[in-house]
Design a protein around this ligand. Structure first.
Ligand SMILES: [Zn+2]
Length: 187
């Protein structure tokens, strides 16, 4: 079976995530969300909605900061704060994707200690860029995927309403990928 793993970083976003969840429902696709703890705290209902609709919620960070700008102590506090927020929402993340994919020895160790696998991605579409278009994002996704690929997109942050272009791109790309025989699974 040709599987793809659709993942979204940097949410939840009050502006974009609901629209994305509706699109995924229409296409009956389940995805994995790598959420930012402080955004989850501001938008707990969106996290609940992600779970209710069968998606997987995983950890990105509490504040969207690189571990290279943190001490081990501030990193650990950040991670635990995010896990506390998620735990209150009934989420025990199994995967951790650090901001920009940047890790240090201690960040890998602390994630493992908290029973989370570190995961990066196989395919990006640079969907956060201010200058990109939805058709460029769509083309990059279609050109770059391969069976088993983990696709990294964004439903929060980004420049100039970036997630709205991501969602537009997916409206075109996802039906085409389904036609090509791909099935979508959570991690
Ligand atoms: Zn991020």
């Amino acid at each position: 079976m040709k599987k793809l793993f659709l993942t979204f970083d940097d949410g939840p976003s009050a502006e974009y995530t609901e629209t994305l969840l509706n699109l995924l429902d229409e296409l009956n696709i389940k995805a994995t969300f790598f959420v930012v703890g402080e955004f989850a705290k501001e938008n707990p209902d969106i996290i609940r909605e992600e779970i209710r609709r069968g998606h997987e919620v995983c950890l990105h960070a509490n504040r969207h900061i690189s571990s290279w700008l943190m001490t081990r102590k501030t990193f650990t506090e950040d991670m635990d704060e995010a896990l506390k927020t998620l735990e209150a929402l009934g989420v025990k993340p199994h995967y951790y994707r650090p901001p920009w994919g940047m890790t240090r020895r201690f960040s890998r160790y602390e994630a493992g200690k908290r029973r989370m696998h570190l995961i990066k991605w196989d395919v990006m579409a640079e969907d956060w860029r201010a200058s990109t278009t939805s058709s460029t994002i769509c083309k990059k996704i279609l050109d770059r995927v391969f069976p088993g690929a983990v696709i990294c997109l964004h439903d929060g942050r980004g420049r100039n309403c970036a997630p709205s272009r991501t969602i537009e791109a997916l409206k075109s790309a996802l039906p085409i990928l389904k036609e090509r025989g791909y099935v979508f699974e959570t991690l």
